[in-house]
Design a binder for this molecule. Structure first.
Ligand code: PMV
Length: 314
C-alpha cells in the first residue's frame, strides 16, 4: 500500500484517424490519445470490494453483466499483484462518452490497472498494462486489435499494427483541424467487428479487397501527414469512408453528419472507431472553418462536437 492509502489512475479517450476494422486483420491504423475526454479511477480501502461508476454503485460481485470486463480487469490485476483477497472501494469518473468509438471501455480498464498498481505502490510495466487491458477488452469487444488499449494509455499518436511494438508517430499537419462529432447513438463495435468477420466468411474476395484498400489508404495517410499535405489527407479520409460503408459499418446518422461536414467545406470526413453510431471526424485547414463545420454538425443532429488541432503534438 502507498503512504496515502489511496490509488489514482488516469486514461484518455482516443480517436482513430484511419484504419479501424482493417486493423483487426493486421493492417496498420493511425490513432491518437484524445485529451479532450478523460477518465480517472480512485481506489481506497473498504470492508467489501465495491465499484462506483455512472452505471452502477455497489458490490463489485453483484455488478450487472455489462460490467463483466470491469470485474475481469479488477480480478486479473489483483491476481497479478498477488492481492486477490483485498477489499477496496473503486470509483471511476469519466468525461469520455461511452460506446462512441472513443475507446471508453479500454480507458476504464487502463485507469483501473493504474489505480490498483498505484495503491499497492508497484510500478506497472507497459506490457503488463496492455496485456491486462486487452484481456478485459476481449470481454467487451470480442476480438480487439489492441489499438484502444495502446491509444488510451499513451501520450503520442501511433502508427499501430496488431502484435507489433508500438510506433509513435509525429502527427503535425500545418493548420489542420479535426472536428469530432457524436451522433448521440451508441456505437456497436462488438456487432460491427463480428459482422465484418461474417462478411469475410461469406465473400472473402471482396471483403479482403476492402480491408487491403483500407490498409493501403492508411499508409498513404501516413505519407500525406509526413508531407504536411492536409488536402491529400482529406481525400484519403473520404476514400476510407467508402470502404467502411462497403463493410456495412457506417449508418444513416453517420452518413448524414459526414455529408453535412463535406457540404460545409470539410476536406474529408469519415466515421471513427467501431461505427454503426458513435462518432465521425472531419478535417479542415483553419480553426475558423472547423468552428463553422462544428456548428453545422450540431444543427444536423450531433449531440456534441470537439475541435482538435493536428498541427501540434496531441
Ligand atoms: O469503437 P472503438 O472505440 O472500440 O474502436 C474499435 C476499433 C476497431 O478497429 C473497430 C476494433 C479494434 O479492436 O481495433
Amino acid at each position: 500500500m502507498n503512504k496515502e492509502n489511496i490509488g489514482h489512475g488516469q486514461a484518455t479517450g482516443k480517436i482513430i484517424l484511419l484504419g479501424e476494422h482493417s486493423v483487426v486483420y493486421g493492417k496498420p491504423a493511425i490513432a491518437f490519445p484524445f485529451r479532450a475526454t478523460a477518465l480517472s479511477t480512485t481506489v481506497v480501502p473498504n470492508s467489501v470490494l465495491t465499484l462506483h461508476c455512472q452505471y452502477y454503485s455497489g458490490e463489485l460481485a453483484k455488478a450487472p453483466q455489462r460490467l463483466n470486463s470491469v470485474k475481469e480487469v479488477v480480478k486479473q490485476t489483483l491476481l497479478a499483484l498477488q492481492q486477490e483477497k483485498v477489499s477496496l472501494d473503486i470509483t471511476i469518473t469519466s468525461t469520455i462518452p461511452a460506446e462512441r468509438g472513443m475507446g471508453s471501455s479500454a480507458a476504464v480498464a487502463v485507469s483501473i490497472v493504474r489505480a490498483l498498481y498505484d495503491y499497492f505502490d508497484v510500478t506497472c510495466p507497459s506490457e503488463t498494462l496492455l496485456s491486462l487491458v486487452n484481456r478485459a477488452e476481449k470481454i467487451a469487444h470480442g476480438n480487439p486489435s489492441g489499438i484502444d488499449a495502446a491509444a488510451t494509455s499513451g501520450h503520442e499518436p501511433l502508427f499501430f499494427i496488431k502484435g507489433q511494438p508500438l510506433e509513435s508517430f509525429p502527427m503535425n499537419v500545418s493548420n489542420a483541424y479535426l472536428i469530432v462529432a457524436d451522433t448521440g447513438i451508441k456505437g456497436q463495435t462488438r456487432e460491427a467487428v463480428s459482422d465484418v468477420a461474417h462478411l469475410f466468411e461469406e465473400d472473402k474476395e471482396s471483403t479482403s479487397q476492402h480491408i487491403s484498400e483500407l490498409g493501403r489508404l492508411t499508409v498513404l495517410a501516413k505519407q500525406a501527414i509526413l508531407a504536411d499535405d492536409c488536402r491529400a489527407l482529406g481525400q484519403i479520409m473520404n476514400q476510407a469512408q467508402e470502404q467502411l460503408e462497403a463493410l456495412t459499418v457506417s449508418n444513416e446518422q453517420l452518413d448524414n453528419l459526414i455529408q453535412t461536414a463535406r457540404k460545409n467545406g470539410a476536406l474529408g470526413a469519415k466515421l471513427t472507431g467501431g461505427g454503426r453510431g458513435g462518432c465521425m471526424i472531419a478535417l479542415t485547414d483553419s480553426k475558423n472553418n472547423a468552428e463553422k463545420i462544428a456548428v453545422s454538425l450540431e444543427s444536423a443532429g450531433a449531440v456534441a462536437t470537439w475541435i482538435q488541432s493536428l498541427g501540434v503534438k496531441n
